[in-house]
Design a protein around this ligand. Structure first.
Ligand code: NAD
Length: 499
């Protein structure tokens, strides 16, 4: 911890990483970074205003249009990504502690995130080496080849719930495909990204290829979105912000990919393996303190097992150990901020009017935790599927349990949502699982498991949960333009106008 404390007062913290250098912002402004477990200020990081954002964009533009980056082969880009993965792996413990300090999540969760971040860089380092493009079978004398090219300058805006992992999901495929990037982390959790960029500097990425700006959505994110020099915006965050970003990026019709919110149904049929379903039901909503886009926040349980299932779930939930992420015994850390805590509490108050509270519902007030944003894991039962707590994303450890009587009813309730990110299905009937899986209007389904996130597969949502996909080869495609190159074996005039 001593090394961490020293790093928190080091000079790079108050700077921005632009064009391969740590530089002061034009106005030399800083903003506080808060530890959500205590609400104490732990560092002051540099803030980028419009002029700084423009500098970062110009650096990325220059690196893309005029720099050596263009000549980097897939092999060379792969090497940079492999080195980044290795650096993260060598520093997992330090990065995990930094993440826990800034985000509040348990060290156990943070270590997993760091490993997944390293794996993401390694995955894209490997798939970029595979052959790309295709030759079409067209009529002679024509030849048609389809190639993929980088899009250009990518503005990447990320949230606070998985700070370093979200940075990896954005940077790795973009760099693999040969783009240049300007990354803006959440103003609430900028620290691990700063540390990552120190590693990027040590590795020796060409200047301007990756740039880091910190600051708020309006002051720092918006100028990035509105810039004519940016070719693509990749955004992860709330649905309302996503809509604003889409409107604001229309100026030059830049490419936009959006990973947004969710209200994912987790559906438990009476024929499911009971213990498995019970275990996953609590993991689905309470891991990362419920601050997960794909959290199983609507639990649909078949009526014949409903009462017992809820009773047993309450027993499991009451045992969850809430506390500091640094305490190895802790299973659930604090919420990210005082504001967010208040938002979650207001949903709980509303829930008390809309449904039956059967577990939790209070801020944790014991001596050690009273200054932090700790809340009890909370369960409401008999929730009307149309109730606000069953329709809106709460983004905290608050579960709405809803009974259902038939497969059709479960499907109808599950799909009755503006969102469509993910869904869980617990049953031992293979055909039923397959039928449900196909009819659910979501981007990812899990059968007899929940929250399995595979780097190799596409991640993203239907409806208001977003546009585009991250991860897998799909995530790489989102960072490329497709070009068809048509040639002829017969170099001759057409004769069209010569008669
Ligand atoms: P948020 O929308 O408040 O902020 C996300 C990012 O956008 C931050 O960096 C913020 O500074 C920036 N931002 C805010 N306003 C902006 C603007 N006008 N222009 C440009 N940038 C702007 O979201 P949050 O509270 O940080 O994160 C929680 C949300 O993220 C939840 O809704 C969650 O579901 C979603 N999320 C989705 C996924 C996914 O994969 N679908 C993953 C993680 C989180």
């Amino acid at each position: 911890m001593r090394a961490l404390t020293k790093w928190l007062s080091s000079t790079n913290i108050s700077k921005l990483y632009i064009n391969g250098e740590w530089i002061d912002s034009v106005k030399n402004e800083t903003m506080p970074v808060i530890n959500p477990a205590t609400n104490e200020t732990i560092a002051k990081v540099g803030v980028a205003r419009k002029e700084d954002v423009e500098k970062a964009i110009v650096a990325a533009r220059n690196a893309f249009d005029n720099g050596d980056w263009k000549t980097f082969t897939a092999f060379q880009r792969s090497e940079l990504l492999q080195k980044t993965a290795k650096k993260i792996e060598e520093n997992v413990e330090e990065l995990a502690k930094l993440e826990t300090l800034n985000n509040g999540k348990t060290l156990h969760e943070a270590r997993g995130d760091m490993e997944a971040a390293a794996d993401t860089f390694r995955y894209y380092a490997s798939i970029i080496m595979a052959p790309m493009g295709e030759t079409l079978q067209v009529e002679e004398p024509l030849i048609s080849k389809v190639v993929r090219e980088p899009i250009g300058v990518c503005g990447q805006i990320i949230p606070w719930n998985y700070p370093l992992l979200m940075a990896a999901w954005k940077l790795a495929p973009a760099i693999a495909a040969g783009n240049t990037c300007v990354l803006k982390p959440s103003e609430l959790t900028p620290l691990t990204a700063i540390r990552l960029f120190e590693m990027i500097e040590e590795i020796g990425f060409p200047s301007g290829v990756v740039n880091l700006i910190n600051g708020t959505g309006v002051d720092t994110g918006q100028p990035l979105v509105e810039s004519h020099l940016v070719d693509k915006i990749a955004f992860t965050g709330g649905t309302e912000t996503g809509k604003r970003i889409m409107q604001n990026s229309v100026c030059n019709l830049k490419r936009v990919s959006l990973e947004l919110g969710g209200k994912s149904p987790n559906i438990v049929f009476a024929d499911a393996d009971y213990e498995t379903a019970l275990d996953h039901a609590s993991f689905a909503i309470f891991n990362n303190s419920g601050q997960v886009c794909s959290a199983g926040s609507r639990l649909l349980v078949e009526k014949s097992i409903y009462k017992n299932f809820v009773k047993d779930l309450v027993k499991v939930t009451e045992k969850i150990r809430v506390g500091s992420g640094f305490d190895e015994e802790t299973q659930m850390g604090p919420l990210i901020s005082k504001n967010h805590l208040e938002k979650v509490r207001s949903y709980i108050e509303l829930g008390k009017k809309e449904a039956t509270l059967v577990c939790g519902g209070n801020k944790v007030t014991n001596d050690k935790l009273s200054n932090g944003n700790f809340i009890e894991p909370t369960i409401f039962m008999d929730v009307d599927p149309k109730a606000t707590i069953a329709q809106e994303e709460i983004f905290g450890p608050v579960l709405s349990v809803i009974p259902f009587e038939s497969e059709e009813e479960a499907l109808q309730i599950a799909n009755d949502s503006p969102y469509g990110l993910a869904a869980g299905i617990f049953t031992n009937d293979v055909a039923k699982a397959e039928r449900m899986s196909r009819k659910l209007r979501v981007g990812v389904t899990w059968i007899n498991t929940y929250e399995q996130n595979l780097i190799e597969g596409p991640w993203g949502g239907y409806k208001a949960s977003g546009i585009g996909r991250e991860l897998g080869t799909y995530g790489l495609d989102e960072y490329t333009e497709v070009k068809q190159m048509i040639n002829t074996l017969n170099v001759a005039p057409t004769g069209w106008f010569s008669n």
